[in-house]
Design a protein around this ligand. Structure first.
Ligand code: ATP
Length: 299
């Protein structure tokens, strides 16, 4: 289990991470979110032991980060960082040895993952000859070749086609099932929503929203009414409690201040003809993120 307790990090006068605390249990996927410059990379680097001049505590299974523990960490960086003149096998052996895996065991592990990712035929090809998506698969394999206890994934799907996104998702879920703790960072909220049970949102290094995704959604007061039918949009927009109305395909999404306005709106909307659908839904994580981060960002 990863525990981050009251961690702060300054670069000169810039407080990049401000009293941050969270924990990631074994077999959990945790979202670390924030706009550019929010402090995510700094947090990753502290967890990985690449930055050590911070205050607070970071432990994995009760131990501070040291060389033995860092052998059990994996990091898929947002910027791709492969040694492109090497072959896939040479690259993975290089990473594997850095992570203290006996050289004679690396190839067998590699074969498993190459097959999983459908790129076994590229094992002895130079990385620069591979397509971008296949290079990304190699980078992913290099992050997990040591069977990490904790895996940090920074924008793992960027640049992937939809088929490969599904493939990466299934591998991530396989690792989770095996008990790997995963920190997932992405600006794509629909991916975060799909994977993360818990999350923290950073603004200028500080946590502004934190907890279980289901609780965050439940506790978020604004709701959406989804209505299909012929309504007078302008009339509804004038009603008490209605914040905005958007048409998405053939449905209206009516954002309301809180659930107490549902009944009155239901009575009003049910008077219109051809109402095929009326439902109350929690807002998407994207809406919550924009409203919370937007408010705090301007403050
Ligand atoms: P992005 O999504 O753009 O990668 P981030 O959330 O990862 O951003 P960080 O890179 O951790 O954010 O940066 C947090 C803050 O610390 C920013 O204000 C950044 O300018 C500052 N910062 C980061 N690295 C350094 C550094 N080496 N020296 C000085 N300031 C830094």
């Amino acid at each position: 289990m990863l525990k981050v307790e009251n961690v702060s990090k300054k670069y000169g006068d810039v407080l990049a991470v401000d009293n941050l605390s969270f924990q990631v249990n074994d077999g959990c996927i945790f979202g670390l979110l924030g706009l550019n410059g929010a402090g995510k990379t700094t947090t990753f680097r502290m967890i990985l032991g690449l930055i050590d001049d911070y205050t607070g505590n970071i432990t994995i299974d009760g131990e501070h980060i040291n060389y033995t523990i860092s052998d059990k960490l994996g990091f898929l960086t947002e910027e791709r960082s492969l040694l492109t003149k090497l072959t896939v096998l040479e690259q993975i052996v290089y990473y594997g040895v850095l992570k203290s895996i006996p050289e004679n065991k690396i190839e067998k592990k590699l074969d498993y993952w190459l097959e999983k990712f459908g790129i076994s035929e590229y094992k002895n090809r130079k990385i620069k000859e591979l397509s971008k998506g296949n290079q990304q698969k190699v980078q992913f394999i290099s992050a997990i070749i040591n069977e990490p206890k904790l895996l940090i994934l920074d924008e793992p799907f960027s640049g992937l086609d939809p088929i490969n996104v599904e493939l990466f998702k299934s591998v991530i879920l396989e690792l989770k099932e095996k008990g790997t703790s995963i920190i997932f960072s992405s600006h794509r909220m629909e991916h975060v929503e799909l994977f993360c049970e818990e999350l923290v949102v950073l603004v200028k290094g500080k946590s502004v929203l934190q907890g279980k995704l289901s609780e965050i959604k439940k506790n978020y007061k604004k709701k959406n009414l989804i209505v299909k039918g012929d309504i007078d949009k302008n009339k509804i927009l004038e009603c008490d409690g209605v914040l905005k109305i958007e048409k998405v395909k053939d449905e209206y999404v009516i954002s309301i201040k809180d659930e107490s306005y549902v009944n009155k709106l239901f009575k009003l909307i049910s008077k219109y003809d051809n109402i095929m659908k009326f439902s109350v839904e929690d807002p998407s994580l994207n809406e919550i993120f924009i409203s919370i981060v937007g408010d705090k960002y301007e403050a």
